[in-house]
Design a protein around this ligand. Sequence first.
Ligand code: NOJ
Length: 558
Amino acid sequence: MEVKKAWWKEAVVYQIYPRSFCDSNGDGIGDLNGITGKLEYLADLGIDVIWLSPVYKSPNVDNGYDIADYEAIMDEFGTMEDFDRMLEKAHSLGIKIMMDLVVNHTSDQHRWFLEAKKGPDNPYRDYYIWKKPVEGKKYPNNWGASFGAGSVWEWDEASGMFYLHLFAKQMPDLNWANPKVHDEVFGMMTRWLEKGVDGFRMDVINLIAKDPAFPDGAAGSHEFSDFYPVVTNHPNVHVYLQEMYDRVLSHYDTITVGETSNTSTEVAKIYTSETERELNMVFQFDHMGVDNGPHGRWSDRRMDLRDLKKVMSRWQDDLYGQGWNSLYWNNHDQPRVVSRFGNDSDEFREVSAKMLATCLHFMQGTPYIYQGEELGMTNVAFSIDQYEDIDTRDTYYQYVTVEGMPHEEMMRYIHRRSRDNARTPMQWTAGENAGFTTGTPWFLLNPNYTKINAAAQVDDPDSVFAYYKRLIRLRKENPVMVYGKYELLLPEDKDLYVYTRTDEETQLYVVCSFAEKDVQLEIPEEFAGAEVLIANYPEPALDGCVRPYEAFVLKRKL
Ligand code: NOJ
């Protein structure tokens, strides 16, 4: 099967969480000028695109994912002139900028919502979703909001109605059944594209279309039901995205990725097929659930590698030639992968970080690197009052204070899975505050910055940073890494993730050990004497004894 070529398939994306990236003015909060100052670092790494988490005006209930003005910059991050300078410099270095598009909801401080709250006759009222109380029911339906925030329905005393918020109550959902919302959003997107941005990462985009019946979800062990299975991927999402494509995206050469939890490969093929004209790729979540437990993602379980292989391979196989994958281990909502799927001990951190990078970057799809991943940054273990994330704090309150889970148990889950693991400031140097700020950082640093930091790695040819750099370069030199067909070998092996990538001319043999011990492997004969493309030990284990967290890739001509 022929896989269509596209620049965004060949690109590597780097995600910046601006609040925690680099502070240029000493207020303790990362900002746009801080990013501009680090663009050479990113150009050296070799990435093609930056995904910028929200930089818009926001009261920061959810660190910028609650937007009060889509066309103004958050005060702490700088000005629109700073943004323009960043964009221009990024472009001059050959780096594109992908904006975060958060249009399932706004902040309750957005002008539209302030207007809508004035009453049922306000012209902005139908920009949001309002419901009258239903007799005999406490709320219009049983959906529970994300972040352990109780019902998704918030009572508005003035009008005697509820409004819908799938996330925090300060984040009311937009009403996509109203065509005026489309006009507003599409106009805003067009103005950003006219300014020169290169695409969008679309926040929870598969939640925007609600079933007009707002049906109850299945009852579970908690008071409220999980809304995701009921709300995700309503057929109207495809209608809205195609309209967005026709009216906006088709007029520009963009990169787009939709955040789509709870989505099968069948549905992902619709979102990402080249004929359906919706999105370039989606962020699927199946592999982020392999270590879930009885309380979902609030778990301290370690995954079984066979589950990870099954999930990744399903996405590789099902989308081949029919859609396009994004590849990610990390983002601002996920714990650090080296702590999660690797081993963050002094002995194995570097080698397991490189192994995980190998495993991901040789698959088919567009790889995403989250800030600090290229240094092998790790999880943290703070005390509960030191966490900043609304999700961590509110879920702790719901589980421990309301439902009585023991504090120690919840803290084990938080240490493993909290989003704040990803949000500690970027570790630039071994100096004060890791070189992130000259002021007081808005959030605690991971104390290991004295050892793990960019300054120690950029010039070290054996560093995790140098390894990521090599992976990115290899991708540019080996089209088989982008377009070759994936095949999983040894699906039942508990320790090794082994697969091939094959095109007409070349075959790659990728070996990644997730074990802390030596593991035997029979390397196929046809790879005897093959070129070693990359390896995370000085001499790869071509004798068949794979060492702890070892990874190597062999290449042969067909
Ligand atoms: C997904 C984002 O990645 C997350 O950080 C945010 O809290 C929710 N969407 C709500 O916008």
